[in-house]
Design a protein around this ligand. Structure first.
Ligand code: NDP
Length: 467
């Protein structure tokens, strides 16, 4: 929506005005309320704060958002489902995990967002991820709402049968709440091809329907070609756009990547395709530093190691005789571009300072919120190009939506067709960030992404009345 349209827009309905909104005359009053309502939810609070900081100026110019209490409505999930997941291990012992689905916002489409299986999963993390997902999905320009879910289950070290039993038990409860037009989960940390297969199989058995209820399925089970690659490829396409806006490109740039899972592997692959030199990968035990850079053969080794053998990244260092940085991250390695692709909060203030001092000029988030707020501040103060995850890693959910479209048409597009659409989507996201984030010759991608994501969701909510 343009400034003019915003000014003349008559969606503002006086009947929807609430007394409570009068209290939110400043950011601080509103944030204080969020903190009080969500005690101990630090990750969620930080995510809300970042969005509110970015959009507050817009709200002050267009008070209809404030008068209709849109902020409070936007920061309250539409629905949270929490459930017990009982399962037995191979020895017959009984285990209980906690499952969740946070259906955050369906203003612009059915709930969509990944499932995470990791011991650190709790309500705070999932609310933060689902809130972020709402704006990310809006930014893609595709009609999908925001959600996230998962369990505090650790697939690491479990046999295939144990993972299958867990997934079946998890889906036995979750299937009541999801559907191809309602809520469409996908993968995230700890939920890859294998888990999606088991989850989808159980859904199909319980519902007696083969439909597009999950994305990230294998091509044989109705998945989209290029979905596994989409987040990593999309990230690198976004970085290319950022560089292009500065008359630069990826050719010959030294790139550090963290993680060695889905996002990291394909971010590395596309970086190599575009002439970048990828010198690091990591997992939760440590990082490797390969000054010669990864090539196709080394990357194939990593994929086999991580996806089939489920081994540790230190084995790469042993095989190729390169440095292994035990219990360390790659952020002290000199680079031009850093792509954190492991998990949240993995770059702190000191890491950010080290990156700046070692010559890094661009950081883009493959993971969700891997950079702590103080690290982001360091990047912005030092004039680095900074691509927030909401924009930079949106390629995964975008291709998930393309998978939904293919499923509903009972068709499968070619790899190159999906790739062309993905590139176009990442280009669009980049230009939206510029539209709303450019000021004085600089581009604040965080502000741009948040404002663009916010306007569409907030306007849709106003149009739909108080629901
Ligand atoms: P994977 O499970 O495939 O890989 C995660 C990687 O991060 C692994 O190398 C893992 O190491 C490492 N890691 C996980 N937790 C930690 C930790 N606490 N400390 C250090 N390293 C850790 O997940 P994805 O690649 O799918 O996801 C990575 C990030 O990207 C997440 O933030 C996710 O939310 C985000 N994302 C993913 C999308 C997707 O399409 N998959 C879409 C958009 C964002 P180890 O094996 O030792 O656990």
């Amino acid at each position: 929506m343009t400034e003019e349209q915003l000014k003349s827009n008559t969606i503002d309905n006086p009947e929807l005005k609430t007394n409570g909104a009068v209290g939110y005359s400043s950011i601080d009053t509103f944030l204080k309320r969020v903190k009080e309502k969500n005690p101990g939810e630090i990750e969620f609070f930080e995510a809300v704060k970042e969005v509110i900081d970015s959009v507050w100026e817009l709200l002050e110019k267009h008070p209809r958002y404030l008068h209709t209490n849109i902020l409070e409505r936007l920061t309250e999930p539409e629905r949270v489902i929490m459930f017990r997941v009982p399962w037995t291990d191979d020895q017959g012992h009984v285990h209980i995990n906690r499952g969740y689905r946070v259906e955050f916002n369906s203003a612009i489409g059915p709930y969509k967002g990944g499932l995470r299986f990791h011991p650190s999963v709790n309500l705070d993390i999932l609310k933060f991820l689902a809130f972020e997902q709402t704006f990310k999905n809006s930014l893609t320009t595709l009609p999908i709402g925001g959600a996230k879910g998962g369990a505090d289950f650790d697939p690491k070290g479990k046999s295939d049968s144990e993972v299958m039993r867990f997934c079946q038990s998890f889906m036995t409860e979750l299937y009541r709440y999801i559907g191809p037009e309602t809520d469409i989960p996908a993968g995230d940390i700890g939920v890859g091809r294998r888990e999606i297969g088991y989850l989808f199989g159980q859904y199909k058995r319980l519902s007696n329907e083969f439909n597009g209820v999950m994305t990230g399925k294998s091509a044989e089970s109705g998945g989209s070609l290029l979905r596994p690659e989409a987040t990593g490829y999309g990230l690198v396409y976004f970085v290319s756009e950022m560089l292009q806006a500065q008359n630069q490109n990826l050719e010959g740039q030294t790139i550090t990547i963290s993680g060695s899972g889905n996002v990291a592997q394909f971010a590395a692959e596309k970086s190599i395709h575009l002439g970048g030199k990828v010198v690091s990968l990591s997992d939760s035990d440590g990082a490797i530093y390969d000054p010669e850079g990864l090539d196709e053969e080394k990357l194939a080794f990593v994929k086999h190691l991580k996806n089939e053998k489920r081994g540790r990244i230190r084995e790469y260092a042993q095989k190729y005789d390169v440095t292994y940085l035990e219990n360390q991250t790659p952020w002290n390695i000199s680079c031009d571009i850093a792509l954190p692709c492991a998990t949240e909060n993995e770059i702190g203030e000191q890491d950010a300072i080290a990156l700046v001092e070692n010559g890094c000029r661009c950081v883009a988030e493959g993971a969700n919120k891997p950079c702590q707020p103080k690290a982001v501040q360091v990047f912005l103060e030092n004039g680095l190009l900074f691509g927030p995850g909401k924009a930079a890693n949106a390629g995964g959910v975008a291709v998930s939506q393309l998978e939904m479209a293919q499923n509903s048409m009972h068709t499968q597009w070619s790899r190159s067709e999906v790739d062309t659409r993905l590139q176009e989507i990442m280009r669009n996201i980049h230009s939206k960030c510029i539209t709303h984030g450019e000021a004085g010759g600089n581009i604040n991608y965080i502000k741009g992404a948040n404002i663009a994501g916010f306007i569409k969701v907030a306007d849709a909510m106003l149009q739909q009345g108080l629901v």
